[in-house]
Design a protein around this ligand. Sequence first.
Ligand code: NAD
Length: 453
Amino acid sequence: MNELTRRDFARSAGLASALSYSRILGANDRVRLGYIGLGNRGDQVHEAFLEHGDCQTVAVCDLRDDYMDLAVKKSRATPRKYKEYKKVLEDRDVDAVVIATPDHWHALMFIDACNSGKDVYVEKPLSLTVHEGRKMVETAERTKRVVQVGTDRRSWKTYKEAVDFVRSGGIGHVSVARCFHIRNEWPNGLGPAPDGPPPSEWEWDQWLGPAPKVPYNRNRAYYNFRWFYDYSGGQLTNFGVHYVDVIRWLLGQDSPRAVTALGGQYAGIRDNREIPDTLEVLWNFDGPTLVVFSQFNANAAPGNVKDSEIELRGTKGTMYIRAMSWEVVPERTTEEYIGYDQGKGYGNPVDRTASRRYSASLKPAMEPIPLRGSAGYDTIPHARNFLDCIKSRSKCNADILTGHLSTSATLIGNIALKTESHLKWDARAERFTNKPEANRFLQYQYRAPYKLI
Ligand SMILES: NC(=O)c1ccc[n+]([C@@H]2O[C@H](COP(=O)([O-])OP(=O)(O)OC[C@H]3O[C@@H](n4cnc5c(N)ncnc54)[C@H](O)[C@@H]3O)[C@@H](O)[C@H]2O)c1
């Protein structure tokens, strides 16, 4: 047996025994959950699951005791506390895990969890690189795990109605979809933070995991990691992945054909962030539709008249989506021709009849759809869907492939920015075709001893 075959064999033998511990759960059973990462988001997802009576917190894991203690207090149970995530995976009382660690940890923890026979709820963005995401898809499929990716808008009923409406042609052909992450972080942003000794060497080493070893810096760790590329794709993969995911869903499209981006740190925000404060990413999707993500972090003027997060420009109407609500404002169109017509038409200063006729004939192309849905953001339905799918062994609303395709679309935006390119994307091969050197950004070298597979 060569080395590779031996490793595969050992892994599948381990997997067979791990999977044999997996319980078959009936409709009335309680799902026993282990939480890995209980910071800002882990706490929110924990609360969402606690709304459902048919699950129980049996294990909590974080590098920080104060975060674990809070989770234990909220759990209405007596979960075991672990500082090492592999201990959660070894715990046979755990049916499924919730992974809400920083992005650079998702792939390793996810693959280990699948190989341990646990079903997985993993936060968005699915991965730090396209290559990691593909390996996560392959692992989930090989191990037959039920997976929910944290793009929780997929479980909102009002969004499903919006999808049905757009896909049935309700707003006509969508030529442009735009989305926005707008917040003015000038002048101080994250504030100054010098490198220094970490509160605990062990904790910092564990926090960094596969990422490069760098001195501790308060602005890199915990919530702030999303401003640094070693741990995150920035706001493009943080907020952008939610929006691009919804846009893909609305349009019924899998992957873009091309991507380009421009941006940078234009406003001189006084911190050590690596990501741009100003960024525009553009994708071409089949449809055809131009999709645009705008990140304006040095000015907070609304991105459009409705200050929405997502805007779909259809030939018959514009759909505005914000939080859990949406509305449609009709376009006004006419069968008249626009333009200069044999000297008598539009744009002729001697005779303005045609332009007046054109304006007078404009009519609403559809009925308006007043605002429907509600304000706020709710993860409870997404948690419900995960629990149901664990029991029925069916695909979740945000299954692994859905999460991978949405995450990949955003990740390649960062590669276009980094390489200052207009990149053509072969979505089947998951490679760039017109600039081979850009393909090296599809994965990075893990710090030893970490290995993806
Ligand atoms: N779905 C959403 O709407 C949403 C919202 C916010 C964040 N998120 C995602 O959730 C994830 C976490 O973000 P956050 O804001 O909660 O960050 P955070 O820094 O507040 O929390 C991450 C937690 O992971 C823990 N952690 C790090 N390395 C660990 C390790 N090796 N073992 C165990 N625990 C470890 C940290 O101690 C920390 O408590 C990110 O991927 C983020 O994109 C999703």
